[in-house]
Design a binder for this molecule. Structure first.
Ligand code: ATP
Ligand code: MG
Length: 298
């Protein structure tokens, strides 16, 4: 990853003079900045991909331009849930093996999917033309109001680097004891690995049987992290256990579309409403996100 990061740094340095959107000064007063939200969990299968997609959709319904970045280097989850099968990732886009329009999926639902953050880790040997193409990709990403990064479970360096670069990290857990323990585990690792931690960290309890159960789970996590790690984690909200979710997954539709007034969907709208109220890291934006991602400056 080191070579690639170096290459990306070079690209950005050259590009700054001609492409102001990637420089922090570009987002001047009154200009909107991209909000970057990483969705993570300790335990796998707790609902990150479903959260990411449906939060993105709910955001889009507020009139925001939203991109979901699939940072899972294993399976391209997002596309499976949305019913589009990815054959190519950002890297292939760069190599022009497929047209850009096909690859960066503008979904019927009004959100855009970037399939595969692996593109970031393979940029070492680009031709001039490919390099220009990549810059255009990044510039397009920077036009988004919100980028939601769906990560893989656990804490690989990949996941950590995305969390480090984001404005907010949303940790997803379920009421299962193992999921709770692992949620604490990932928060602990984030807080120790990222010592200059200044991102907003919050918690979603997914698959809750009741409001009370969700609150209990959230308070448990928040209390332990406060007590043992001296870290403030916000309770962002919960999503009910809802059979409409697996049903929608089977139909490869987001549950917000398959069951817009259902229990889970209503919860998602609440969460987005709350996210909109929560302050996030000052001075961020897409250029800043990229800098953090490749380890260059704050
Ligand atoms: N609120 C819910 N109610 C009922 N079932 C749910 C709910 N949320 C998630 N699920 C079930 O959990 C499964 C896994 O969800 P999802 O793929 O979003 O998890 P994930 O955290 O992204 O998994 P991975 O760690 O493998 O990426 C879904 O296919 C669905 O069946
Ligand atoms: Mg997933």
């Amino acid at each position: 990853m080191q070579d690639q990061a170096e290459k990306l740094r070079e690209i950005m340095k050259e590009q700054e003079s001609v492409e102001p959107v990637l420089s922090p000064e570009a987002a001047g007063p009154g200009q909107k900045k991209t909000r970057i939200i990483a969705v993570a969990s300790g335990k796998g299968g707790v609902g990150k991909t479903n959260m990411s997609i449906n939060l993105a959709l709910a955001y889009a319904r507020l009139g925001k331009k939203v991109v979901v970045l699939d940072a899972d280097l294993g399976l391209a989850n997002v596309n499976v849930v949305l019913g589009v099968i990815p054959k190519y990732n950002l890297y292939h886009v760069i190599r022009k093996q497929k047209t850009k329009r096909d690859d960066n999926l503008d979904t019927d639902y009004g959100i855009r999917i970037e399939a595969g953050a692996s593109g970031f880790s393979r940029i070492a040997n680009l031709s001039e033309e490919e390099r220009q193409h990549f810059i255009r990709e990044l510039t397009e990403l920077s036009a988004a109001d919100v980028i939601i990064i769906d990560t893989s479970a656990g804490v690989s360096q990949n996941v950590l680097s995305f969390i480090r670069a984001a404005d907010d990290a949303i940790i997803v857990t379920t009421p299962e004891p193992t999921a709770i323990t692992d949620a604490y585990g990932i928060i602990k690792i984030i807080s120790t690995e990222l010592d200059d931690l200044d991102l907003g960290m919050s918690l979603i309890v997914n698959r809750a049987g009741s409001v009370t159960e969700a609150k209990k789970v959230a308070h448990r996590v928040i209390n332990i992290t406060g007590q043992f790690l001296n870290i403030k984690v916000d309770y962002l909200g919960f999503v009910f256990e809802d059979p409409a979710v697996p049903q929608a997954v089977r139909r490869q539709q987001p549950f917000l579309v398959a069951d817009p007034r259902g229990k889970a969907s209503t919860c998602i709208h609440h969460i987005v409403g709350r996210l909109e109220k929560v302050n996030y890291r000052e001075g961020s934006g897409f250029g800043q996100f990229l800098r953090r991602l490749i380890g260059r400056g704050e």
